[in-house]
Design a protein around this ligand. Structure first.
Ligand SMILES: O=C(O)CCC(=O)C(=O)O
Length: 244
């Protein structure tokens, strides 16, 4: 999963470059985004575009699994399985090993896995062209921040509580249009953990966020949610789609 942000005043901006590869969204998609606060775009990437990143992540899973095996903690590498299934199978055998691999990929603050293949997805002209269409400008300030969110059943970090990304940003960013992109590397379904979105909540103030969410996440308490969570949209999407 990949985040790219736009914030005129953000301290951690990494690069600014004109996007000269427009694959515009339709006017209907652009107005949907501004009205609803999100947009699911099914055709941002071709499957082949994401394959290098999937393969590199798979190799990292393999490296960590072999290390655990050498330490005598893991017996079955499940090397016959592909990227979509391998981590889940290792986790099914042993929660500890699954968590160890997940923590290895995520790193302490989300930057555990870093590879050129990740940068290629974050900085993909196809993705940036869509973001550019939403921002209405060809000049994008792109943050280097990304998060990998493997979803394993009943594992703390896989369940991200209600939050707005702005809850993590400095207040001086609140009035800037900041776009986060969520890119599924496998089909994301209700069963395996897709996003839930509360539409139109971008129109109000940033909600009160508290520390103490599971796995160290910030959380909006039920009483501070800007709308009834039963109105949330379940954003299941195929691999290679992107929701912003
Ligand atoms: O993938 C998820 O569960 C949540 C992603 C997200 O909202 C985030 O990383 O800020």
């Amino acid at each position: 999963m990949v985040n790219t942000g736009y914030c005129r005043n953000c301290e951690n901006r990494a690069s600014s470059r004109p996007v000269k590869h427009p694959t515009p969204l339709t006017p209907a998609q652009i107005s949907f985004f501004h009205e609803e606060g999100y947009l699911i775009v099914p055709d941002v990437f071709a499957p082949a575009d994401l394959e290098p990143l999937r393969q590199e992540l798979h190799q990292e899973i393999d490296r960590k699994a072999r290390q655990l095996q050498a330490e005598g903690k893991l017996t079955n590498l499940h090397a016959e399985l592909d990227f979509d299934r391998r981590l889940a199978a290792i986790y099914r055998d042993s929660k500890e090993n699954g968590e160890a691999i997940m923590r290895h990929l995520e790193g302490l603050r989300g930057g555990g896995f870093h590879a050129p293949q990740m940068f290629d997805v974050i900085a993909s002209p196809k993705l940036l062209a869509k973001v550019s269409a939403l921002l209405g400008t060809e000049e994008i300030v792109a943050s280097s921040v990304y998060r990998i969110r493997p979803k394993l059943p009943n594992i703390g970090r896989g369940v991200v509580p209600w939050h707005q990304d702005s809850g993590y940003f400095s207040p001086h960013c609140d009035k800037s249009l900041i776009i986060t992109c969520w890119v599924p590397l496998v089909d994301a379904t209700v069963e395996n953990g897709c996003m839930q979105i509360l539409p139109r909540t971008h129109r109000g103030e940033v909600a009160m966020h508290h520390t103490g969410g599971n796995a160290g996440f910030l959380v909006i308490k039920d009483e501070n949610l800007p709308d009834d969570p039963r109105k949330s949209v379940t954003a299941s999407c195929r691999a290679a789609a992107s929701s912003s």
